[in-house]
Structure formats: C-alpha cells, structure tokens
Design a protein around this ligand. Structure first.
Ligand code: ADP
Ligand code: ASP
Ligand code: MG
Length: 460
C-alpha cells in the first residue's frame, strides 16, 4: 500500500525533528519494500507561518525594516537547520537557494512596506516561503542520509482558484499534474517531498489553502495519487476526546468515522484541517493521525465506518471567540423568502455561519469571522432588527451513537447544569449536538462534559 505522509510544523521544527521524520519515512518504506515509495508533505517549521503573517502586518503598516528583519532572522534559522543536516556540495546548493529565496522576499517586503500595502496575492507569496523552505531542506536531508528523495514544487502541482488565503483546489487539474510530476518520481523509486498549504492558479499565481492547510494538501495529493492511506503526523497521539489545551485529561480516540472527524475538525479540533476529510471520502482513503515523537503509538484511524461499539460519545470539540447574531422580524419570519434573503447577506460578504437556530420570530446564527460584520449587520437591518453578542463559544458533542441513544443528550445537559446555554442545536445527521455559551464558561463546560462521558470512575 503506498501512502502519503504529512508532517506538521512541530514535526519539522528543527534538525532533530527532521531526523525523526527521516527515520519514520524510512521505517514505513522498509515495512513495505515492494510498494511505491511514500510521498512526503511537510508544513513550514513551527511558528514560521506566524512570523510571516506578522511580517505582512508590519509591511502593511510601513514598518519595512522591522518586517525585513524578521525575514532575515528566518533565513538564519533555516540556514542553521540545513547546515546541521546537510553537507558538502548539496549544502552549498541548498543554502544558495534558501539565501536567494529569502533575499528576494526581503526585497519584496521592503517594496510592499514602501507602498504601505500587502495585497492578498502578496500575502500568499509571503506565507508560501515557509513550506517552500522547509520542504527543500527536508528533501536535501533525505538525500544526505541516502534516501533517494526529490523536491517537488507544490505550486506547480496543486492547481487552485484565485481566492487568496482560502484557495479551492481544482481536483482534476491537480490530478493531472500529479500524474505528470509526482507519479513518475515514485515509479522511479524516489520519495517526492512537497510543501503543504501552497498551490498556484493555472496561470502560476501563488495561492494558499488557509491556515492549517497542509493536512488538506496531503489529502488532495493522496486522493489524486490514489494512495492507500493518508497519514497525518503531528505532536499528539491522535484525535483525543477533547482539545488538550482545554481539558486536562483527554484520551486517545482509536477509531473515528469520516463524518465524526469532519464535525470535530469543523468545530475546533485543530489536529485536522476541516477540509482534510473531503478528498479522503471521495476516494474512500483511510486517514490516520500519528505522533511523530511517539511513532509506535497506534494513533487514530479514520474510515467510512469508524467505531462500531461502545455506549458513549466519540469526542468533544470547542470553538472559541464566536459571535452570536440575533435577527428578529415579527412581520417577516414566516414569509416566503425571508431565510433566503437573510442567508444571501452572509453569502454576499463571504461569511460562513456555523450554528443556526430559529424560533417563531427570530433566527440566531453564529459566525467566527467578524471581518465583514458591520456590513452584514447594516444589510440585515434593511429588513430585520439585529443584535450581536461577542465573546461566545461553541461546544460540540460528537458521536455516531447520539442517533440511537437519546439519553446521551440528557446526560450532556445535566453535566452543563448551571451554565447559561445561549443556543442549542442538533444537526440533522444527529451525529452532533452543539451548545453555544459564553466563552468564559468554555473550560468549565468542556471539563464537566468530559468528566461525564470519558473519565473512568474508580470502581465503576
Ligand atoms: P500540526 O502542526 O502538526 O499540524 P496542529 O497544531 O495544527 O499540528 O494540531 C495539533 C494540535 O491540535 C494539538 O497539539 C492540540 O493542541 C490541538 N487539538 C485540538 N483539539 C484536539 C483534539 N481533539 N485532539 C488532538 N489534538 C487537538
Ligand atoms: N504552515 C501553515 C500554517 O501554519 C499550514 C500548516 O501548518 O498546516 O498554518
Ligand atoms: Mg495543523
């Protein structure tokens, strides 16, 4: 079975981490020596994308020398890692390339700062540098250690539309490029090493898939190459029963269905980019989440069927910092066309809504992107009364067996007793229930739910 192996930012954060990547890939290949070699996708080294975003912000504020300094520091960091892992003529070529790329970027940054503007297209060029640099280093490090690897420029393979910072892949065009540029490498026994997160339009303009998008890249390439498994290597053991930054004692979820994984990712389980599952479902390719620091842990396996046993939920997720918008219209609510009009406003301002509830006279929705909130409100006010409440959060309980066991909902509500619930919604799939509550109550709500469903009671 040929596989695609994606390594996230912490899994390539320094030379030691990159060495771990090499041994994980080597082991994977050694276990299946008759298969095609694995395809490797890497993120930018940890925190690099954050720094590049910061660079763009500074350039937009005309703070050119501060912005250029970050780029210079990033070059130093990358040269430090490359010089630890690679030697001889390969190192010379690599360092010359990195120096040329970062220096060109530094010049661009100065130009943008002088104009006081970083366009969305420029921001994508800026952010793409992280994955370009990390993938070049990893490819060279593989070769240094005797693994026949080839760097592939993802911008020439992943074809997208021109929606900068949230580009949508053209699967057919990408599959064609994969057949032309990636498959021949694996057929020749080479490990292709590619940057995640980045792509380009069919005319070659650099784009990015959105933060956390390297998982999505791996799934896109995996589907286009018809691999047998998509592996997401990260810094936790797999999908846990809750976000470890919110709940102190989450445990590993060994198996998940595609649908459960999508819901969890969409509602805040950052370990998986929300779009990752789409290409996997289309080709029915299992996705496995694994820990690059503990490669022997079995991780989480995500398949069409998922878990079939058990009488509890699968996992919890939470999304913080959302805004509730209440739209009230006593005259209009039940009139034909009201909801269409309402959602058209959100569509016009490209703002997705997460949770929707309705009552006799009002509709409430949550949004996490408030960039166009003022425009949205003023347009809604043309036909309804509108009020908003910021600093809210979504807490979501997910499990295929919510459908069969009505008592699970009761247990959740009991666990949340005393915490004001602003909205409650059960999806049509009946695979998840979402609670909207105050952000300040999230930690308490998540821990109480986790205790109720996942903490094994002594003597139980
Ligand atoms: P990578 O850089 O490997 O893509 P991310 O930081 O994007 O890693 O995702 C991994 C992180 O996701 C974990 O360190 C953890 O803090 C967070 N996370 C949130 N919810 C969950 C969950 N339910 N299970 C596992 N990790 C989660
Ligand atoms: N480097 C990008 C980010 O930090 C993409 C990724 O890591 O998945 O958002
Ligand atoms: Mg990630």
């Amino acid at each position: 079975m040929n596989v695609i192996m994606k390594f996230g930012g912490t899994s390539v954060q320094d030379a030691d981490a990159m060495n771990r990547v090499i041994s994980i890939v080597r082991n994977q290949w050694a276990q299946n020596p008759n298969d095609l070699p694995p395809v490797v996708v890497v993120s930018a080294m940890s925190k690099v994308t954050d720094r590049l975003v910061e660079t763009g912000r500074l350039a937009g504020e005309r703070r050119g020398s501060e912005a250029a300094q970050i780029v210079a520091d990033l070059l130093t960091r990358h040269l430090g890692v490359s010089s630890t892992l690679v030697q001889g003529p390969e190192l010379e070529v690599l360092n010359a390339q990195l120096t040329a790329d970062f220096t060109a970027l530094q010049n661009d940054v100065r130009t943008w700062a002088a104009a006081g503007e970083v366009t969305p297209a420029a921001a994508d060029v800026l952010q793409a540098m992280g994955e370009l640099a990390s993938s070049r280093i990893v490819a060279a490090a593989f070769r240094q250690q005797g693994v026949n690897a080839a760097w592939v420029d993802s911008r020439q393979v992943l074809v997208t539309d021109a929606e900068h910072s949230a580009a949508v892949p053209d699967m057919e065009a990408t599959a064609e490029r994969c057949r032309a540029m990636v498959a021949p490498k694996t057929a020749a026994g080479q490990v292709p090493v590619m940057g995640g997160f980045i792509g380009a339009t069919d005319t070659g303009v650099t784009t990015t898939l959105g933060r956390g998008g390297s998982d999505y890249s791996a799934a896109i390439f995996g589907a286009c190459l018809d691999v047998g498994e998509i592996q997401i290597w990260t810094d936790v053991d797999g999908m846990l029963t809750a976000d470890p930054r919110v709940v102190s004692n989450p445990v590993l979820v060994p198996e998940l269905s595609f649908d459960e994984a999508s819901e969890l990712a969409y509602f805040g389980a950052k370990v998986l980019h929300p779009s990752t599952i789409l290409p996997a479902v289309a080709k029915n390719i299992p996705v496995r989440i694994l820990n690059s620091k503990r490669p022997d842990v079995r991780g989480t396996m995500i398949t069409a069927t998922g878990r079939t046993d058990g009488d509890t939920l699968t996992a919890l997720a939470c999304k913080r910092g959302v805004t509730v918008i209440d739209i009230t219209s006593s005259r209009m609510l039940m009139a034909f066309g009201f909801l269409r009009r309402l959602f058209e406003v959100f569509e016009r301002f490209k703002t997705p809504v997460d949770v929707v509830t309705t009552s006799e006279v009002s509709v409430s929705v949550t949004v996490d992107n408030t960039r166009r909130l003022d425009d949205i409100i003023s347009n809604l006010r043309n036909f309804a009364e509108v009020s908003t409440e910021p600093n809210m959060a979504i807490v979501c309980i997910v499990g295929e067996n919510l459908r069969a066991d009505a008592a699970l909902f009761g247990r959740a509500v009991t666990a949340l007793q005393g915490i004001p619930l602003r909205l409650v919604s059960q999806a049509g799939s009946r695979r998840n229930i979402t609670f909207v509550l105050r952000d300040e109550d999230v930690v308490s709500a998540m821990n109480r739910l986790h205790d109720a469903f996942f903490t094994v009671k002594v003597g139980a």
